[in-house]
Design a protein. Structure first.
Length: 298
């Protein structure tokens, strides 16, 4: 009777042991099969580093038996590299020290930035506000515009012009020829006498024509050259200057226009007329031009 009770008590105990043994075996198998994922999870969570840090504080805690892991390539996640041990027979992997946070990149002595044309370093500088302003080029002065620009242009144009004095004639109703002085604004040049005489030979402008001013200089007359020696202007005209269809009064009138216009310059006192580079004694019907003519010669 007592023997049957003892055997019945042993059977349940054996069944319980077998159950727990099977559970342990299943856990171990699952652990081995998922060892790679477990390592990756531990690396991502820095669990092994925490355990390593706490290892010195808890030396009495028994370490878990090392379980051999199947040889397979270990994936190294970015941001937390793990180095496995190279010792034979050691299946445990210990993480290396995590890299420190990257510091701002600074140029080394062999990688100094090249200076730009404006004097600053290419790519900027970390030397503060003073270094940044020193490397930038100063902006060019903005051109003036508006009213200031218009005034500057007017002043510049006024400085490049001069007032020239020309002499034309006006014929009254009774046929009297009257000499008439006019003022014109002309560009400044190195030959003002030539410019004034050229304008005179071109004749009156529209405003002067409305004032009934005319020129007695023959049409087609041209000034070939003009030179001043001492106080005498030597004026060389072409052959057309010798013929005037207004008669003797026309000849006198054309000479007066030339002499008065030339002597409006303070350095010219009289005019020596030349025709095609040669001195002639008379112009037209007995008007003497063999010597220099002044204003009081008429």
């Amino acid at each position: 009777m007592s023997g049957s009770r003892r055997s019945s008590a042993i059977r349940p105990n054996n069944a319980g042991c077998l159950f727990w043994l099977a559970v342990i075996v299943v856990v171990l198998v699952l652990f081995v099969l998922n060892w790679g994922k477990i390592q990756e999870t531990l690396a991502n969570t820095n669990f092994l580093e925490i355990v390593r840090t706490q290892k010195g504080k808890d030396d009495k805690r028994p370490s878990a038996p090392a379980t051999p892991a199947p040889a397979q390539p270990q994936a190294k996640p970015s941001g937390a590299p793990v180095a496995s041990s190279d010792r034979p027979g050691d299946g445990s992997a210990e993480p290396t020290d995590l890299p420190a946070a990257p510091s701002p990149a600074q140029p080394t002595s062999s990688q100094k930035p090249e200076p730009t044309a404006s004097g600053g370093a290419a790519g900027g500088s970390s030397g503060g506000s003073s270094g940044g302003t020193a490397g930038t080029a100063k902006p060019a002065a903005a051109p003036t515009s508006g009213k200031g620009a218009a005034q500057s242009a007017t002043q510049s144009a006024a400085q490049k012009t001069r007032t020239a004095t020309l002499y034309f004639v006006r014929i009254d109703d009774d046929g009297v020829i009257v000499r008439q002085e006019v003022k014109r604004q002309m560009p400044v040049s190195d030959s003002p006498l030539t410019d004034s005489l050229g304008a005179l030979l071109s004749g009156p402008n529209e405003d002067e024509l409305r004032r009934k001013l005319v020129s007695l200089v023959p049409e087609g007359a041209k000034l070939l050259s003009a030179k001043v020696r001492g106080s005498t202007a030597f004026l060389n005209f072409n052959e057309a200057f010798m013929y005037n269809h207004y008669g003797i009064e026309g000849y006198a009138g054309q000479l007066k226009q030339i002499v008065y216009t030339a002597t409006s310059f303070p350095t010219v006192q009289d005019v020596q007329f030349l025709i095609e580079g040669e001195k002639r004694d008379y112009l037209g019907e007995g008007i003497y031009i063999g010597a220099p003519l002044a204003r009081n010669s008429f």
